[in-house]
Design a binder for this molecule. Structure first.
Ligand SMILES: [Zn+2]
Ligand SMILES: [Zn+2]
Length: 333
């Protein structure tokens, strides 16, 4: 079967591999897999991995052979939770398996999902109803992490909320805030077409980074945002999120800031008593909530998928994902 791996910085490899053989695990055949920023960083060598590794952590598929638990009969459509955990440590026992340090992420710490078929313990599979289309289903793993992040902060209907960065995750954050009853959500991005899309998806206002302070002041009657989601992953956008929050504001840093970071408005953190949240990955229950939300139709997922390529054309798919012209790029069988 075809798999997509990396065997050194910049060395993407589409190759043939033996079908997975793990007796007690279920086999899952690929329906859609998503390429995300983490995969690009792994390919570049910015996120270290032990080479060679099969890439990918975002996948939906169909169970083709049930595992030894027998909970997922063949033919069940499933989302794969890529956050492998031990189920036996202090963190796993206290509903924080996403932080388990005996675990790891598929496609980074162990072979991932960019394959025609994978073998998974049934514990890591979540049933996906047929009402969610194939492309929309390809976004469920990201939606799970977005659901998880917003569970860490108070999201109240009367809030003025801000989303900085309107890629796939920013647009999901925006829609999830709207679905939670926050009607004043402001989207911030340099990209004109992403601002237009955010408006179509229900943003109360949109702004370029330069316009953001004025727009936030307007919408909040000068008090600043109550909640800011940073969905870019740079020190400067984290700083901007802090600056645009009002007293008592909450900042969810969803983007991953790697390396040294940069200067931060520390005095503002203190003076406005800002709460910073740093969510990571998702709990199993967050994936179930994401699936229910997608099935309810309250979040539009299809407009966020802008390209799909068969696994064997992975180099083209990675080039598209890197180009900046796309939202989610999906791989198909
Ligand atoms: Zn991802
Ligand atoms: Zn554990």
């Amino acid at each position: 079967m075809i798999v997509v791996g990396v065997n050194g910085p910049g060395k993407l490899q589409v190759r043939d591999a033996p079908a997975p053989l793990r007796k007690h695990r279920a086999l899952v055949r690929l329906e859609r897999a998503g390429i995300c920023g983490t995969d690009l960083k792994i390919l570049d060598g910015a996120v270290p991995v032990a080479y060679p590794v099969i890439m990918g952590h975002e996948m939906v598929g169909m169970v083709s052979r049930s595992g030894s638990d027998g909970r997922m009969p063949s033919g069940t459509r499933v989302l794969v939770n890529p956050g492998i955990h031990c189920r036996d440590c202090h963190l796993c026992d206290t509903d924080r398996p996403h932080l388990c340090h005996r675990g790891g992420l598929l496609g980074r710490d162990m072979d991932g999902v960019f394959a025609e078929e994978i073998a998974m313990e049934e514990h890591f599979l979540h049933v996906v109803p047929d009402g969610i289309g194939p492309d929309a289903a390809g976004l469920l793993q990201v939606l799970g992490t977005v659901v998880h992040s917003q569970q860490t902060a108070p999201v109240t209907a009367g809030s003025v909320a801000l989303v900085i960065g309107l890629g796939v995750s920013g647009l999901l954050h925006l829609q999830l805030l709207l679905a939670s009853g926050v009607d004043r959500v402001i989207g911030v991005t340099r990209s004109a077409w992403k601002r237009d899309l955010a408006t179509r998806l229900g943003a109360h206002a949109v702004a370029t980074p330069e316009e953001a302070a004025g727009v936030v002041a307007d919408v909040s009657d000068g008090r600043g945002a109550d909640l800011a989601v940073e969905a870019v992953g740079t020190a400067s956008t984290v700083a901007q999120a802090i600056e645009l929050c009002g007293p008592g504001g909450e900042v969810i840093v969803y983007g991953t800031v790697t390396g040294e970071g940069g200067p931060m408005p520390y005095y503002q953190l203190y003076f406005k008593e800002i709460t910073l949240r740093y969510p990571r990955a998702a709990r199993p229950g967050d994936y179930d909530r994401a699936i229910a939300l997608a099935a309810s139709g309250r979040i539009q997922l299809d407009p966020l998928v802008t390209a799909r390529f068969p696994l064997e054309n992975a180099p083209d798919a990675f080039a598209a994902a890197r180009s900046g012209d796309h939202l989610k790029v999906l791989l198909t069988p």
